[in-house]
Design a protein around this ligand. Sequence first.
Ligand SMILES: [Zn+2]
Length: 245
Amino acid sequence: MIWQPIAIDPATASPLPTPQPTAIALLSGGLDSATAAALAVEAGYAVIGLSFDYGQRHRRELLAAKAVAQALQLAEHHTIAVNLASWGGSSLTDQAIAVPTDGVQSGVIPSTYVPGRNTVFIALGLSLAEARGASKLVLGVNAVDYSGYPDCRPDYLSAFQTLADLASKSGREGHGAQLWAPLVLWSKTEIVREALRLGVPVDSTWSCYSGGDKACGICDSCRIRDAALIEAGHPELASGALSSH
Ligand SMILES: [Zn+2]
């Protein structure tokens, strides 16, 4: 009997199980990164969370990142130390510089900008992504209802993708990790609504620039977040301080 190859009709053949794709999600402990990570989970990725102990003013947001990773049932969560407070240069990494509380000023990059922060973090995220064969690096950056940070803008992300493709073995081979910033052009209110739809534990996230047991309600991050929570119909999740200021 002559061996015959078996013809498989692709329309009726049962598909081979495909391995679950992996994504790395940078988790700050804030609402935006939690929402972006939740979107990656919803899209079917095994998500590895990555957080940075960078010498920020308080540890509160690292506890929030851990809580978010647990709530979203991420595959893994790593926190690594990169002490940007060694040289400061920001009100978030230098206790001698006060966190501004006067509201966001259009066209002014505030002192809460941390020199090179996202460039450092994304580089480390890409390293982890390549080591684990992850196809996406998920970022919660947002360029709309925010303080105009240069490293949260679409042109920055596009340029970083070009660098990533050139800088890595996987990129040169054509399968490097893609930066994925699904919220970059969303309003904060849209992000809040999506977070609630996805079941993100909003009350476990921490966006305030100041430490303490409760969010301050007057730093830029609190103001933007609280306004969005109220606009989205959830004043009970706001810091509660807005109404008294
Ligand atoms: Zn605050």
